[in-house]
Design a protein around this ligand. Structure first.
Ligand code: 6GU
Length: 224
């Protein structure tokens, strides 16, 4: 998979890609991530990327020309399966969307900033609009890092234990059951006996029951 991320502040986003699973995935050649600074695609001497909104109002709007130039340069090199615009009024990200996007080959992720992008960018170039929740961030960069993390960990081979992503919370529509590690007894606080019993079928049943009970309690909306 190849991910091209377009932003006015790409540095804001680099470190999440430089560690842990996202770094391992890139080192293993399972995903290539490229950052593009919108300012490198400006045509005026001031490297201006934004301007005042027509009709007045607060805030600045990212202009269409540099975005067009950047996306067109990328599309001239290869075909893209999706151009995703990160915006608080997009479709709220969930595991199903992450699963679908993880199957694509080349994607562009466009980060909004200030008051967002000129509507014509959305009309002409964008195929998916994604939000990461009902709250406002200063820009789409952190949201893009969240989206990419959720996608990259699903690419086959990225996680050491292939079944690991399948047992994540949400992957089967339920929250994950509790997990424990050594010691089995910490100052009298014991790990459930079933987990130390060595009885795998019973452990599986216990985990399913726990997942159901926890989901019912914490997120009854997921049970519907
Ligand atoms: Cl994708 N962008 C911004 N600016 N705020 C958000 C968001 C995205 N998702 C939730 N809040």
């Amino acid at each position: 998979m190849r991910i091209d991320i377009i932003s006015v502040v790409p540095d804001l986003m680099r470190s999440p890609f430089d560690g842990s699973i996202m770094k391992r995935a890139q080192d293993a050649g399972l995903v290539d991530v490229y950052f593009h600074n919108l300012r490198d695609y400006t045509t005026n001497t001031y490297k201006q990327v934004d301007d005042y909104p027509y009709g007045g109002g607060a805030g600045m709007v990212l202009m269409i020309a540099p975005i067009d130039k950047c996306i067109s340069a990328l599309k001239a090199e290869r075909d893209y399966d999706a151009v995703i615009y990160m915006t608080p009024d997009g479709n709220v990200l969930n595991q199903g969307t992450a699963n679908q996007l993880s199957l694509l080959k080349n994607i562009i992720v466009l980060c909004g900033h200030y008051k967002g992008v000129d509507q014509r960018v959305r009309d002409l170039f964008v195929t998916h609009e994604v939000s990461i929740g009902d709250y406002v961030l200063s820009g789409g960069e952190l949201a893009a890092a969240v989206l990419c993390d959720s996608i990259i960990r699903l690419i086959p081979g990225v996680l050491g234990n292939e079944t690991s992503a399948l047992t994540d919370s949400f992957q089967d529509g339920l929250l994950a059951p509790p997990v424990y590690t050594r010691p089995a007894d910490y100052n009298g606080h014991k790990v459930p006996d079933i987990l130390t019993s060595g009885n795998t079928p019973k452990v599986d049943t216990w985990r399913e029951e726990q997942a159901l009970a926890i989901t019912k309690k914490k997120r009854p909306d997921l049970m519907e």
